[in-house]
Design a protein around this ligand. Structure first.
Ligand code: AKG
Length: 266
């Protein structure tokens, strides 16, 4: 699929863009089925156990790096249709760093605002995510939200405490939902509505998150991959396990100047 000039411009200018109708119903359903099977296997071997405080969410955790063990997910990741999108956006070859599958069951809390490149640590250019909507999403069932243009100033402070209510992500920027006045002057938040099969591409510096799933019975399943430009000089995570479009493993130097490593070293 060809990305239009307007989509590329939106990615670079606003920090994100939506590419409609990339994947068919058959492809999105198969991704869901494969991850259901992985989840059930994890329940069987007790890698997933129910937590009585979070009876539903604990049975539907995010699944990371499933392409390393599942052939269909690997084919999906390395397909020209998917990998080709990021290469068109970046204007060069890309390397996949890691993937996450989200079940996001009803009642699951919001994913706090964050910048992906804080965790990915690609340098000098940030990562790029391709988020695949496997079901229809909206604000009601936990859809994505973005702060347009927020990618233009690099990383925000890494000193803001990572403490948060939902236990999974780093939150180093104000939580807009709770306190809109904390947004830097002149910025605003936009909700995103997607249909199954759409792909949302976003810059690793753009501030984004997702709403709680307030629907009664609708899951909000999605699959995301973080890519980096092949010309990256270094990266913080999985620097020895980067996957190219041929499925080959590539290595880059570890980003020793990344804020997270400074934290680790004290
Ligand atoms: O799908 C979500 O709820 C959050 C996704 C996200 O923030 C990401 O892929 O970086």
């Amino acid at each position: 699929m060809r990305i239009s000039a307007a989509q590329r411009q939106s990615y670079w200018d606003r920090g994100y863009t939506v590419i409609k109708g990339v994947f068919s119903k058959e492809e999105t359903s198969r991704m869901i089925q494969e991850h259901e099977a992985i989840r059930l296997a994890f329940i069987k071997d007790k890698s997933i156990v129910q937590d009585s405080h979070y009876p539903l969410s604990s049975l539907y955790p995010e699944l990371h790096e499933t392409f390393r063990t599942n052939d269909y997910v690997f084919q999906f990741l390395t397909s020209p249709k998917y990998f080709g999108l990021v290469e068109q956006l970046l204007g060069e070859e890309a390397l996949a760093v890691g993937t996450t599958f989200f079940f996001k069951p009803p009642g699951k809390n919001s994913f706090l605002l964050h910048q992906d490149n804080y965790d990915v640590g690609a340098s000098p250019q940030p990562s790029c995510a391709l988020w695949v909507s496997l079901e229809d999403t909206s604000r009601e069932n936990g859809g994505l939200c973005f702060i347009p243009y927020s990618h233009k100033q690099g990383l925000y402070s890494s000193q803001t405490p990572a403490g948060h209510r939902y236990g999974l992500v780093s939150s180093r920027v104000p939580q807009v939902e709770e306190d809109p006045v904390l947004l830097p002057h002149g910025y605003w938040m936009e909700d995103m509505t997607t249909q199954a099969g759409d792909v949302v591409a976003f810059n690793g510096f753009v501030v984004h998150g997702s709403f709680p799933n307030n629907s009664r019975y609708q899951f909000r399943k999605a699959f995301t991959t973080h890519f980096i430009p092949r010309s990256s000089e270094s990266v913080f995570v999985f620097n020895n396990q980067l996957v190219d479009k041929n499925g080959q493993i590539n290595r880059l130097p570890l980003n020793r100047h990344h804020p997270l490593i400074r934290d680790l070293l004290g």
